[in-house]
Design a protein around this ligand. Structure first.
Ligand code: IPE
Ligand code: IPE
Ligand code: MG
Length: 258
């Protein structure tokens, strides 16, 4: 398993869990089976993240655009979501995990809200790790919502136009209450963002893996984090100064040790 350095962990990891449909297709099965196996991968990943000591994990489970999939698939996904929340309740509460949800939650069926809302309340005080499920979520939609809120405040004369700053927008985005994502992983082989956490992604490290989501294992999470730990984040600045200025090294970027 790739070595992960305990002191340089990304605080907030986001995952675009892609590839369930192809996983099932490769086996000549319906897409719902891929989603069922995908739910098992979610369980494994939450456990692995908690074991590592990540502060926040945001999982892209269902996009606002995914509602346009065939009704049968959407229904299967909603049932799996409900089952996941029911079966994981004990583990979430027992491990100090705070369960959160972001997105247009009003669109979720009552059968999901009936288990999601109480678990969010019950786990509110947990502090070991925040597990955020992005459900009916869209990054553009979240930005538009934040803009509407601030525009409303300005129209009502409660803030000035100059108060509409990047930080003011951020403060209206539920996806960023746990901080910007440090690392975003996408499984399934596509190199795109598909409307995930757009605003917070500004300086996130991106990691694309070919593994289909149902096959995602603890070792894959470790590989992604080990890759993150080998990178130097610069946030628009210059490379960090060398540790030993007397030592002559080529003018390359200092590597963060793993
Ligand atoms: C990701 O897997 C799960 C959701 C988007 C809900 P997909 O269902 O997108 O699987 P592929 O990409 O078609 O293989
Ligand atoms: C992104 O996957 C959404 C989720 C993982 C929930 P999609 O399968 O919906 O994205 P595209 O269609 O490949 O861009
Ligand atoms: Mg997909």
């Amino acid at each position: 398993m790739p070595l992960v350095e305990a002191r340089n962990l990304p605080a907030h990891v986001g995952i675009i869990m892609d590839g369930n449909g192809r996983w099932a297709q490769q086996r000549g099965k319906g897409r719902a089976l891929g989603h069922r196996e995908g739910a098992a991968a979610v369980r494994r990943t939450v456990r692995a993240a908690r074991r590592l000591g990540l502060r926040a994990l945001t999982l892209y489970a269902f996009s606002e655009q995914n509602w346009a999939r065939p009704e049968e698939e959407v229904d299967a996904l909603m049932e799996l979501l409900r089952d996941f929340l029911l079966t994981e309740r004990g583990e979430i509460l027992g491990n100090g995990i705070r369960l959160n949800a972001i997105g247009n939650l009003g669109r979720l069926p009552g059968l999901v809200r009936a288990v999601l809302d109480p678990l969010r309340r019950e786990s509110e005080g947990n502090e070991q790790m925040t597990l955020t499920l992005a459900l009916s979520y869209g990054g553009r939609e979240e930005i538009a919502h934040a803009a509407r809120v601030l525009a409303g405040e300005a129209a009502a004369g409660r803030i000035d136009l100059d108060d509409i700053t990047p930080d003011a927008l951020r403060a209206q985005m539920p996806s960023l209450t746990v901080g910007d994502p440090d690392l975003v992983i996408r499984t399934g082989g596509e190199r795109r963002i598909s409307n995930f956490l757009l605003y917070g992604l500004a300086y996130a490290e991106l990691y694309f893996a070919d593994v289909l989501w149902p096959d995602f294992a603890e070792a894959d999470l470790h590989a992604a984090i080990a890759s993150y730990q080998r990178r130097e984040r610069r946030f628009g600045l210059v490379p960090a100064p060398r540790e030993e200025p007397s030592e002559r090294r080529p003018a390359s970027i200092t590597r963060i040790a793993i």
